[in-house]
Design a protein around this ligand. Structure first.
Ligand code: 5BU
Length: 250
């Protein structure tokens, strides 16, 4: 058994990183472990989704580089205001995968200036321990295993990547479809209540599976919410399903 089921209160006592503490405190206050993935293509869709799901989520995950009309003042400034008002964090799913110097540049420069707004960033650890030193303002969530069919993140890769994640003080957790060390928060995407796949290699599990069998801490839901007829209602359904699955797993 790799991982024991711990409550958010227990995790809060054990974690050192201020971003983990923030995230866990929001989870406890909102009774939510839901991260909504906002894989939409325009600023207006992004802001409108954030407004609708905001009360039900602990974080909004972005792929900021798919926003076709991105403009820092019109996209990020209002998004930060919504996040503050509804009390959720911003997680940029950039999946950095380069040498430290390049990652440092990608993190702070270009039009997105991720370092100025993202509470959490995702990063591959393929570049090694030292490449993780430069995401100074954000908690890093390391990509340990992927949900897509045929992924190369096999046992060996996951174990080596996990060692870096455990050792590195800036890494607060990992994205994985397997159990990982207790010392890391576990974020699990590939969650959908209605379907088992998307026909493009994505593989879905239920909240029950990820909390009971993986002892996950946070579920990440994209199309299950933003493609629903009523995204606000869907976010509430996933929030309740996630929280009940967490309680049942304790
Ligand atoms: P979906 O619409 O719920 O399938 O979206 C899942 C999101 O999580 C999407 O933004 C992916 O980029 C992200 N993701 C994933 O699905 N699986 C993974 O293993 C990793 C990220 Br890492």
């Amino acid at each position: 058994e790799k991982r024991t089921r711990k409550s958010y209160e227990e995790k809060n006592k054990e974690t050192q990183h201020h971003i983990s503490q923030k995230l866990i405190n929001i989870a406890i206050a909102k009774k939510s472990n839901l991260i909504a993935s906002a894989d939409v293509l325009t600023t207006s869709e992004l802001l409108s989704l954030a407004e609708k799901v905001g009360p039900n989520i602990v974080a909004l995950k972005t792929h900021i580089d798919i926003i076709t009309d991105f403009d820092y003042e019109k996209t990020i400034v209002p998004l930060l205001e919504i996040a503050k008002r509804h009390d959720f964090l911003l997680m940029e799913d950039r999946k950095f995968a380069d040498i430290g110097n390049t990652q440092e540049l990608q993190y702070s420069y270009g039009i997105y200036r991720i370092s100025s707004w993202a509470d959490l960033v995702t990063s591959q650890v393929i570049g090694g321990y030292a490449a993780m030193e430069y995401f100074l303002n954000s908690g890093i969530v390391a990509i340990l295993g992927m949900s897509s069919k045929g992924t190369l993140t096999d046992n060996h890769y996951r174990n080596e990547a996990e060692k870096i994640a455990i050792e590195h003080p800036n890494i607060i957790g990992g994205v994985c479809q397997n159990e990982i060390s207790d010392s890391l928060l576990l974020f699990t995407p590939g969650v959908n209540l209605a379907t088992a796949g998307d026909g493009k290699g994505q593989q879905y599990n239920t909240p029950e599976h990820v909390f009971k069998n993986l002892h996950s801490d946070f579920i990440i839901v994209g199309r299950g919410i933003y493609k629903a007829d009523d995204a606000e209602k869907a976010s509430l359904e996933y929030k309740i399903a996630g929280w009940n699955a967490y309680l049942a797993s304790l």
